[in-house]
Design a protein around this ligand. Structure first.
Ligand code: ARG
Length: 462
């Protein structure tokens, strides 16, 4: 096959010696940047159309370039394309093959551009698609969380601070807290897309090009919102990718926090939820075990995504203008984060609808945790007691409850009145878990009525 021969360097003109083989292996990027092939071809096609429209290519040359690139794309998709590391990267592999196949016209494709603006364009086109996919996956996760919240609007559980039972909340309210995190993650992706979707093509190597190019035409063909303003900046900065990695790291941080709670809740000690068998594994030695590997792995994988963000920030931080080869190091961390976030969101969206709440255990834990103590204090304040005094009275009541192994709601009126004569019969409405929850009846509160309204609002944002 002619594809496998003649891997002559496209920049070889001024060189007398061959590249050292170790240098070649060290500097090639095709082994990982070949995943940009479709976007590279798309960018080249638009560039060729623009070149033809300004008279740099003839219509015949354009036709043969477009057909040639389309065939290369099909070959790659069929797995019938030889990627040569001697040809360094995805850009030169495709361009060299094009010239192999269509001859002279292929050599004209690179007129008015450089790999420096080409690679920046490819990454932006690719990331734009990835952002759209990520937003779709985030929406699937949010949808699943809202649905599970809806079935658990009245499911009472302890809310925690310092990992200690604090006040009763509903499981639905807790799940909507997770939804909020993923909603902001969605917004961050949408926002990041604005700065990604700007076209650097035309910046050429660093200073622009002497050909009469029409950048707006190329941008329009490629669906870019706008074009970059400064050629030096456009070939150099990868801040748009850093923003994407930062938004990705936040997604993983959120998924990791949720996973941590799932792991805790699925433990026999909590026994708040049942995770689906299909998302857990057993132990090779302890037959009783059902391990929550999926949330554990999601929690673990958040590490590399944060690391990838730090990688890109560090790669960028000392680079002088304009393009430097350091920037080739942007791709592996970027691709790794893309792949990791994708699979984690897919798994999360698949797992959430299969989570079952053990409502009885959740309620029991809220009940045992003196989680309505604040409600008793608020009750006393309504009766005219100063909050600090009320706090003291309730503290003593809780100590009494602990000593006598009783919840506050299980104490008799006489028992409670030992601590304050302000306590009357109506206190029991306040001391129940349901009473406590229903009382937090404002936007953002845990009252079932509010959680139902919050679900409606969340759905309209999907
Ligand atoms: N593979 C390179 C990268 O990813 C493409 C641009 C190379 N440009 C250059 N002048 N060597 O950054």
């Amino acid at each position: 096959m002619s594809d496998q021969q003649d891997d002559k360097k496209l920049w070889g003109g001024r060189f007398a010696e061959q590249t050292d083989t170790l240098v070649e292996a060290f500097s090639e990027s095709v082994s990982f940047d070949k995943r940009l092939y479709a976007h590279d071809i798309k960018g080249s096609m638009a560039h060729a159309r623009m070149l033809a429209s300004v008279g740099i290519l003839t219509e015949d040359e354009l036709e043969s370039i477009l057909t040639g690139l389309d065939n290369i794309r099909l070959d790659i998709e069929r797995g019938d394309f030889f990627w040569s590391s001697e040809l360094e990267d995805v850009h030169m592999n495709i361009e060299a093959r094009l010239t192999d196949r269509i001859g002279e016209a292929g050599k004209k494709l690179h007129t008015g551009r450089s790999r420096n603006d080409q690679v920046a364009t490819d990454i932006r086109l690719y990331l734009r698609d990835i952002i759209d996919d990520t937003i779709g996956l985030l929406k699937q996760c949010r949808h699943a969380l809202i649905d599970l919240a809806e079935t658990n609007v009245d499911t009472i559980m302890p809310g925690f601070t310092h990992m200690q039972a604090a006040q009763p909340v509903t499981f639905g309210h807790h799940l909507l807290a997770w939804h909020e995190m993923l909603f902001r993650d969605t917004e961050r992706m949408v926002d990041c897309r604005w700065r990604v979707n700007v076209m650097p093509l035309g910046s050429a190597a660093l200073a622009g090009t002497s050909y009469p190019i029409d950048r707006n035409m190329t941008a329009e063909l490629l669906g870019f919102d706008t074009i970059t303003e400064n050629s030096l900046d456009a070939v150099s900065d990868r801040d748009f990718a850093i923003e994407f990695l930062s938004a990705s790291a936040l997604i993983m941080t959120h998924l990791s926090r949720m996973s941590e709670e799932l792991v805790l809740w699925a433990s026999p000690q909590f026994n708040f939820i049942e995770l689906p068998d299909s998302y857990c594994t057993g132990s090779s030695i302890m037959p009783q075990k059902k391990n929550p590997d999926v949330p554990e792995l999601i929690r673990g994988k958040s590490g590399r995504v944060t690391g990838n963000l730090v990688s890109l920030l560090t790669i960028m931080k000392s680079q002088p203008l304009a393009y430097n080869r350091d920037n080739q190091e942007d791709k592996e961390p970027l691709f790794d984060s893309i792949d990791t976030v994708k699979i984690c969101l897919e798994l999360f969206a698949g797992m959430v609808p299969l989570i079952r709440a053990n409502a009885k255990n959740m309620r029991e834990a809220a009940f045992r945790g003196y989680s309505t103590a604040t409600d008793l204090a608020d009750y006393l304040v309504r009766k005219g007691v100063a909050f600090r005094d009320a706090h003291e009275i309730v503290g003593k009541s809780v100590a009494y409850g602990i000593e006598n192994n009783k919840d506050l709601s299980e104490c008799s009126l006489d028992e409670l009145r030992q601590f304050s004569s302000q306590i009357d019969d109506d206190v029991f409405a306040v001391l129940t878990l349901e009473g406590s929850i229903a009382a937090r009846n404002h936007i953002g509160g845990t009252a079932p009525e509010q959680v139902r309204a919050a679900i409606e609002r969340a759905r309209t944002k999907l």
